[in-house]
Design a protein around this ligand. Structure first.
Ligand code: 4AD
Ligand code: MG
Length: 432
């Protein structure tokens, strides 16, 4: 019985005959010899069909293979210093599962909209495969950090009656007798209920924003990891975010060098980001941007260009803290030393990758929170449950939301967010 193996484990099979199941990535031939690049999801390898060593029939089968045909290949594992993986496979037998039709994505430049129309096929490319693996690794590292630091996973609902992040980007779902429902913009408000039971919690889920802006940083459906902790105040909240992000960077640098190299990521830049993060206030930021010649005023929100300029001279991410409360969410705690400010922070990544985390201490005083909800003209009856948390054992608490795709984009060095999620949803993209 020949052993079925995955290419990632090839070094365990030197000199042995194995079975690999996969797809033909590429093919070339020169007379008596054919070279097939086989990929099996984990890795790829060059498999060699040498006519004099093979049954005539088997050699012919190899000739018929097209790109992306699915196959079972039997072969002897041979060490070869020139091969990228250090090994090649000498084919002994082959079973064709299916001869693929001509693959739409060829080895040439294709336009982005063509690639997005063929996203279901584009995912197989080497670069997309590397991005999917980094996405997995970042997910895993985030959960590992949180699990090690006392956070329990707490699943917040996707259908909700509440607006967490303003009413302008809500996706309405007409269905419920009770009234309007929306797709979640962030699980945060629900996480705040979870900490009153568990102390520290996180969720990880799809979030939705009917974004009107077409930028390379905005998706309408994206994934967010919200974390929330009781008895944690603003400064400690930033400390946790910094530790988490540096843990993720270190973990990817340890486990995904191969993928980073496929993506041509400058890893030195990532290594440099694993140093203490800087903290500046919103006021400092406005002054910095003004000194760079931007026409931004105190009280303005940041756009894509402003975000990029904040960190252009920095190797590490920068926290921008203490924003005017008018441009931040109703749930943020008012700074008792300066009641015009919220105790919040945006974490801005270097290399022009923009905001990757939004976080804050939460308002824990019933009357102040109620007044903020009213100021924002939110329907108070829908927030009564949220206000209850301030009636029954309120405590200082804080949390933050990591934009998962933004973080992956920065770590992998991919400029457009549409490439770091399997099926991007944007204002002009719903298919496939
Ligand atoms: O800053 P935001 O809006 O914060 C919240 O939603 C808080 N309730 C989170 C919390 O405190 N638990 O969103 C969090 C992050 C942003 O920093 C950004 O990285 C990302 O989510 N994000 C988006 N990513 C992709 N596409 C969009 N349209 C995004 N909007 C926000
Ligand atoms: Mg934000």
């Amino acid at each position: 019985m020949i052993k079925k193996a995955y290419l990632k484990d090839i070094n365990q099979y030197k000199g042995k005959e194995i079975l690999i199941e996969g797809w033909i990535r590429n093919k070339r031939s020169s007379g008596k010899i054919q070279f097939l690049i086989i990929r099996d999801g984990t890795e790829e390898i060059q498999a060699v069909a040498f006519k004099p060593n093979l049954d005539e029939k088997i050699f012919k089968l190899c000739e018929h293979l097209t790109l992306e045909s699915s196959v079972r290949i039997y072969g002897l594992v041979r060490a070869d210093k020139r091969a990228p993986s250090g090994y090649e496979l000498d084919i002994t037998n082959i079973e064709i599962i299916q001869i693929a039709d001509e693959f739409p994505i060829q080895k040439k430049e294709h336009g982005v909209s063509f690639l997005l129309d063929n996203r279901h096929l584009w995912l197989r490319s080497r670069k997309q495969n590397a991005l999917l693996k980094i996405r997995h690794a970042v997910y895993y590292a985030i959960c590992e950090y949180l699990n090690k630091n006392g956070f329990y996973r707490f699943d917040s609902p996707i259908l909700t009656p509440n607006a967490c992040e303003g009413t302008t980007t809500l996706f309405e779902v007409p269905y419920f007798d009770e009234g309007s429902a929306y797709l979640s913009q962030s699980g945060q408000l629900y996480l705040e209920t979870g900490i009153m039971s568990l102390g520290r919690v996180y969720d990880f889920g799809p979030t939705f924003r009917a974004e009107k802006s077409k930028t390379r940083k905005h998706l309408t459906e994206f994934w967010m990891m919200d974390a929330e902790a009781a008895f944690v105040e603003h400064k400690e909240n930033m400390k946790i975010q910094e530790e988490l992000i540096r843990f993720v960077i270190r973990s990817v640098l340890k486990k995904n060098m191969k993928e980073l190299s496929i993506l041509k990521r400058d890893v030195e830049k990532l290594k440099k980001a694993d140093s203490p993060f800087k903290i500046i206030t919103y006021k400092d930021m406005i002054e910095i941007l003004q000194s760079k010649g931007l026409k931004i005023q105190y009280g303005d929100d940041m756009g894509v260009q402003e975000e990029e300029m904040v960190t252009e001279d920095s190797d590490v991410p920068i926290f921008v803290e203490k924003w005017p409360k008018e441009i931040k969410a109703f749930y943020m705690k008012i700074d008792r030393e300066n009641p015009d400010l919220s105790l919040c922070s945006d974490l801005i990544a270097p290399e022009c990758f923009g905001e990757i985390i939004g976080g804050s201490q939460r308002e824990d005083d019933y009357d102040i929170l109620k007044a903020r909800i009213e100021e924002e003209n939110l329907p108070i009856e829908d927030y009564q449950w949220y206000l209850d948390l301030r009636k029954y054992g309120t405590v200082p608490h804080s949390g933050f939301g990591v934009g998962f795709e933004r973080l992956i984009g920065w770590i992998s060095g991919v400029k457009h967010i549409r490439e770091v999620i399997p099926f991007p949803r944007m204002i002009n993209r719903l298919n496939p």
